[in-house]
Design a protein around this ligand. Structure first.
Ligand code: NAP
Length: 516
């Protein structure tokens, strides 16, 4: 069986000790093994700090951007091979795999262009000069400078390509070397990407640790950054990790999220806005088998439309073929691991005790093309409640799978906003309405509770990517339960890897420092 190696301190090494096995989640066939330790992580941090930091420090933003453009091309060149790995190791359908890989490549290309635009600057201005003396000669200017540490990127199992690329793009353009740690269960795609990327990058700029983190975080020091995507329990541990606390390591957390979709009272389901709403809800249930951090988990519809919405979802989901995504025609694969399946089952059982069944029972399914009893499958489940605000299992537990719950309301935008807020902070939520007054009432009340608000309407329906697609130009992250982190968002995405400094002095000196 293939033994996965880590890329640390300039060479590939398999480590030593106990092994973990990576499997195909549709068939449970073993695919690769990884040792759970035995790496010289101190050497990896040293290599990043010296070689990686030095190399990136010598490059302009434009030159760093050019590196990213090369990486995007490498993904395109190996696309079919990478899709096959994602189908085998991630339980992805071909379309799920493309979503992950193309999202990663598009994000690299976006930041390549941003780097080109930032050009040869060494410092970036933060706002305009400020007069701080008696005359304009004495000025203040905030600037952003490259941080001089290591960026440790810990990713979740669901986006092994996009997760690697979105964090890497921002860190590299900003000028920080990266040690990437993918989730062990689905590491094959990330591993192959780093095999492709490493020869195209200067030494020490990108390193890879496959397998459990082990003592990785113990090596953190001043100036370092940790960007984490994963579950809230791991996020809680990171917040109090001694090395992070001691060295005030900058920590960005992307965790659980109970994203909501709200149907405005003005929208007919037969209208374009209504069609968009139904398409977004159905897609988010089944794309990546519901294992998207941005997926819609809670749906609020005017009471009079609850039956109609339930009927459409029943029809669409009944037509879905579930099974081994390597088989033609399969529209939804398994969950990524046995643990994820067990967690989703437990979540559905909690939800079932407080809601009514609409579709899919408790997720029982007979998958296509799978040996009997094998695979981590759950069928799509729709539940409904007439008390959405007080339904604790709906508002307090994320079910990371193909599960959604419909709740009824009277169309009040203040209630809709309070319902979104009941999730205690989300990555994204969506509302579908052509009524501008309703939208103003909703958005002003709910904006503090969401990292992104997607406003579906008739006029944008034809060009909408849906709320589940994180865009490099817009913020990805959310308050509260979602971790409080911020990634992407154009130039904002670089800030995690930069230090803001207030300069005070002769206005002409400050101007020249910014290359003006
Ligand atoms: P997880 O168990 O928290 O794992 C996430 C990552 O953390 C993995 O790489 C994991 O490595 C690593 N990890 C676990 N324990 C660690 C430790 N003690 N020190 C350092 N790293 C450690 O989460 P998951 O099961 O992969 O992902 C599912 C969750 O991620 C979902 O609940 C979902 O809400 C969340 N998610 C959020 C976003 C977002 O953008 N906000 C995106 C995707 C997923 P191993 O795999 O080796 O254990």
């Amino acid at each position: 069986m293939k033994q996965l190696a880590s890329y640390l301190a300039g060479s590939w090494s398999t480590g030593s000790g106990a092994t973990a096995t990576l499997v195909n989640p549709a068939t449970e066939a073993p695919l690769a093994a990884v040792h759970t330790g035995g790496h010289d992580l101190a050497a990896a941090f040293g290599h990043a700090r010296t070689a990686g930091g030095h190399e990136l420090g010598g490059l302009t933003f434009a030159q760093r951007g050019a590196l990213l453009a090369t990486l995007a091309k490498l993904i395109h060149g190996a696309r079919e091979e990478l899709i096959a790995l994602a189908i085998a190791n991630g339980g992805n359908t071909r379309s799920d795999a493309k979503f992950d890989l193309d999202g990663g490549a598009a994000t690299l290309s976006y930041y390549a262009e941003l780097g080109a635009r930032l050009g040869a600057a060494r410092l970036l201005a933060d706002g305009d000069p400020i007069q701080v003396g008696r005359t304009a000669r004495m000025a203040g200017q905030h600037v952003w400078a490259r941080r001089r540490g290591v960026a440790v990127h810990i990713n979740a199992f669901n986006f092994p390509a996009w997760g690697l690329c979105e964090k890497l793009a921002c860190a590299l353009v900003a000028g920080m070397p990266v040690i990437a740690k993918p989730a062990t269960a689905t590491a094959l795609v990330t591993h192959r990407l780093v095999e492709l990327f490493a020869p195209a990058l200067p030494p020490g700029v990108l390193q890879l640790l496959v397998g459990p983190a082990g003592t990785l975080l113990d090596h953190l020091g001043p100036g370092d950054v940790v960007a984490f995507t994963g579950g809230s329990a791991t996020a809680r541990m990171l917040r109090t990790h001694p090395a992070i606390v001691t060295h005030a390591v900058r920590l960005n957390l992307e965790a659980d999220s109970l994203n909501a979709a709200i149907l405005g009272p003005d929208v007919e389901l037969t209208s374009e806005a209504g069609g968009l709403f139904l398409a977004d809800v159905a897609r988010d249930m089944t794309q990546k088998t519901g294992q998207k951090c941005t997926a819609i988990r809670r749906v609020l519809v005017p009471e009079a439309r609850l039956g109609e919405v339930a009927e459409v979802l029943r029809e669409r989901l009944a037509a879905l073929k579930i099974g081994d995504p390597a088989h033609d025609g399969v529209g939804m694969g398994p969950l990524a691991t046995a643990q994820q399946r067990d967690d989703a089952r437990a979540g559905i059982a909690r939800l079932a005790a407080a809601t009514e069944a609409i579709h899919g029972g408790l997720g029982e399914v007979e998958p296509i093309g799978v040996p009997a009893g094998k695979g981590y499958f759950i069928g799509p489940v729709v539940r409904a409640t007439t008390s959405p605000m007080t339904c604790a299992p709906l508002n307090e537990h994320e079910i990371f799978g193909p599960v959604t719950t419909l709740g009824a309301y009277d169309g009040d935008p203040a209630f809709a906003a309070a319902f979104v807020a009941r999730g205690e902070g989300c990555l994204v939520s969506s509302a579908y309405s052509d009524d501008r007054d309703w939208i103003v009432g909703f958005v002003t009340a709910v904006a503090p509770w969401a990292g992104r608000l997607y406003l579906g309407s008739t006029k944008m329906a034809a060009q909408s990517p849906g709320p589940g697609t994180a865009l490099p130009s817009l913020l990805h992250g959310g308050p509260g339960r979602a971790g409080g982190g911020e990634e992407l968002g154009g130039e904002r995405g670089l800030r995690l890897y930069q230090q803001r400094c207030a300069l005070e002095g002769d206005a002409s000196v400050l101007k020249s420092l910014l290359g003006e």
